[in-house]
Design a protein around this ligand. Structure first.
Ligand SMILES: [Zn+2]
Ligand SMILES: [Zn+2]
Length: 58
């Protein structure tokens, strides 16, 4: 059974995602009503900056 989380899921340009709830049952987009890109939280995300520079280099 899939639990629904009340937190906000923050997704990155990488396959990574994280939730604002420390005890998130399942960090998947489907179990969250609120999903936002990390750029909306922190415009200077080191995780995505690395991903983007990797793509630019390739
Ligand atoms: Zn990010
Ligand atoms: Zn969650």
């Amino acid at each position: 059974m899939t639990e629904t989380c009340a937190g906000t899921l923050v997704v990155h340009a990488t396959p990574d995602s994280e939730c604002t709830e420390p005890h998130c049952p399942e960090c998947q987009e489907l179990s969250h009503s609120l999903v936002i890109p990390c750029a909306d939280v922190d415009g200077d995300c080191p995780l995505c900056a690395a991903e983007l520079s990797e793509n630019a280099a390739a």
